[in-house]
Ligand binder design. Sequence first.
Ligand SMILES: [Zn+2]
Length: 441
Amino acid sequence: MNIAKAFRGHIFDFSDKAHPHNLNQEYRYFEDGLLVVENGMVKHSGEFNKTKQLLNADVKIEDHSGCYILPGFVDAHVHSVQTQAIASYGKELLDWLDNYIFPNERHFENPEFADRHIDFFTRQLLKNGTTTAMVYSSVHDASVNALFRAAEKYNMRMITGNTWMDRNAPDYLLKSPEESYNASKTLIEKWHNKARLHFALTPRYAITSSPESLKVVSTLLKEYDDDGLYLQTHISENKKEVELVNHSYPGNHHYLDVYDSYGLLTPRTLLGHGIYLSEDELKRISQTGSSIVHCPSSNLFLGSGLLNLQNIIENDIHLAIGSDVAGGTSFSMLRNLHDAYTISALNGIPMNPLLAIYLITLGGARALDLDDRIGNFDVGKEADFVVIDTSKNELLSYRLENAHSIEEILFAIVMLGDEKVIKSTCLMGESIWRGENGLSR
Ligand SMILES: [Zn+2]
């Protein structure tokens, strides 16, 4: 049975030809637009009057006139097991991990605790318009199972895996490489490529992974060579961290080389942060097709540093944005873009608003190697989208009375918007988050 639905509003997305250098030619904006969805996939997107002609008479049109309909947001780096440690005061990355994060992650060994807290986390994503996320779970399989179950319930595209740590963390969070291997393998068999779910091998970073552990990660990655496993890890977030990695891996040329020497850099590898990468490292990332995830809110909150966004783009590296909660202080990708803008301004090259929206939609999808399925409103893509109601924010609404182009409008939404302007979050054409009414299931 064909189930068609249509959504009217200001529709904005980027074409498949879009690239950070040509965004002003490759965006599509229909001031009075219609998005038609059939069986969860995009059937048409275009100007209202023309597209309406293509509809059968019985198709119901959901009217969001005055609101902006954008592809669903992609959060490419977030920790599901740190939500309750958000807004924890003080010091830099390494102390903050020891004082707040590790003790908090310990609770996820309890499956009941995991279910309750992961459900809250998933709702936070949906409430903020995030329809796809790449997530760090804890070392416990309960946290991974809880997240995959929640994503399956909402039919949400989700990537996660159990974190690997075998040193430099409290004993209660350490697992031997063999234990982590077995846990990951069981989870891969259970969840990878089922429904809209994917597994990511997740060695936390070089400090908490011994050479032996990275070798075992590499073995598992090769075992599933044809199955499109993801890999996520942190790199060059903080100066002390970089020093410690150089010290503990003296045989490697640089931080990236630690991961590279174990064959961990693939087009499905997502490297979080990358603030202090050298030109050599950037060139190598570009060659491997791996991606960098910029985590602006986290970088400001932990005082980690200011990523040079332009340098990443000039090296032709896929780039996405991550909220990195709890290092980041907001699940809102709009708030994160606000911080990305601030960082870019401090670096002297203010980020273009089109680039901002690209990075949390099609650009994010590309970094996750999912742009054949999500990221814009091309026919046949999965209909994940957000409806933004700017009238929910009085100041934003007032500002927009004086906006004269779509770039100006988007910039104001980025700078002033947050979860309050998300009227609806739709997964495969179904409204899962409905603003004030909350979740539909
Ligand atoms: Zn992180």
